[in-house]
Design a protein around this ligand. Structure first.
Ligand code: PBG
Length: 325
């Protein structure tokens, strides 16, 4: 690569004023890049603020339509729904009932704002009384029994109107099982956004409080070891072979290396999830006066795109929609 040295090369020439910097800016974030995760709780009357995620509340199911309309009016283009269930059991069976919370919240959201892309998180930890992401068997979560239920839950979500299903339970073969289950029901047009590389991360702490998940123990037998980079690529490529329409790396900021490596290996749209703990770090640091929230948020979103993400799941999506970039 020909590279003239100083004083011929002066990179500062391109940084003199904002319009010049704008011309040479390599990465831009738009509202089309962002997905807002939402927590929807049944059988409550008032929004429940989540203390570990300042600014985020569980939305009462009965107020979801109104809230969704307001979110869409603010300029959010896509949401990911998480149910906070009051009907938990060993298998999480409420999640695949046609009149269960998952089905109802998807229907309400889609009816309220037909142009908003509604993504259903597909997992069991919000619906099981033990808090694990599937059916418990002798050696922990039973992979293959859980696959059957994941396919049922996905069919239920798409029938209710979900535009995309996003399996997050990290069972082996989940994308294949869901694709087969959907196709058998004629739901061949429903895309799968696979949480393809999901780490057993300590950054999910606030989410578990938000989603009302009473997990004892951990998810290390199904979510990935944070120390593994090669395996991270393998996990995502397996999901691509199984028919995933999107791949994801989760969490975001601590795993930018994985995101960038995966970008080199796949042609699929790539998603990253700025998770609850990342949100909390920024919020509490800003509250303490240590960081400028607005600027730090934009810097992190830009970093995800620079590293290779097409889409970003972020609890800041509505703030960004309101305030602009
Ligand atoms: C459930 C799920 C989790 C998150 C998204 N889906 C939690 C977990 O795996 O324990 C975390 C999201 C966040 O922390 O913001 N499978």
């Amino acid at each position: 690569m020909p590279l003239a040295s100083f004083p011929v090369s002066r990179p500062r020439r391109l940084r003199v004023f904002e319009e010049m910097r704008g011309l040479v800016r390599e990465t831009r974030v738009t509202m089309e890049d962002l997905i807002l995760p939402l927590f929807v709780e049944e059988e409550i009357d008032a929004a429940q603020p989540i203390s570990s995620m300042p600014g985020v509340s569980r939305i009462p199911e009965k107020k979801l339509a109104k809230e969704i309309k307001a979110i869409a009016a603010d300029g959010v283009k896509a949401v990911m729904l998480f149910g906070v269930s009051h009907h938990k059991d060993a298998d999480g069976s409420d999640s695949w009932k046609p009149d269960g919370l998952l089905s109802r919240m998807v229907k309400r959201a889609k009816d309220a704002a037909p142009d908003l892309v509604v993504i259903a998180d597909v997992c069991f930890c919000e619906y099981t009384d033990h808090g694990h992401c599937g059916v418990i068997g002798k050696g922990g979560v039973d992979n293959d029994k859980t696959l059957v239920n994941l396919a049922r839950q996905s069919v239920c979500a798409v029938r209710a109107g979900a535009d995309i299903v996003a399996p997050s339970s990290m069972m082996d073969g989940q994308v294949k099982a869901i694709r087969q289950g959907l196709d058998e029901e004629g739901l061949t047009d429903a895309p799968i956004m696979a949480y393809s590389t999901k780490f057993a991360s300590s950054f999910y702490g606030p989410f578990r409080a938000a989603a009302g998940c009473g997990l004892k123990g951990d998810r290390k037998a199904y979510q990935m070891d944070p120390m593994n980079g090669r395996e991270a690529i393998r996990e995502s490529l397996l999901d691509e072979f199984e028919g995933a329409d999107f791949l994801m790396v989760k969490p975001g900021l601590p795993y930018l290396d994985v995101l960038a490596r995966l970008r080199e290996r796949t042609l699929l749209p790539l998603v990253t999830y700025q998770v609850s703990g990342e949100y909390a770090m920024i919020k509490f640091a800003a509250e303490a006066g240590a960081l400028d929230e607005k600027r730090v948020v934009r810097e992190t979103l830009g970093a995800f795109k620079r590293a290779g993400a097409d889409l970003i799941l972020t609890y800041f999506a509505r703030d960004v929609a309101r305030e602009g970039f």
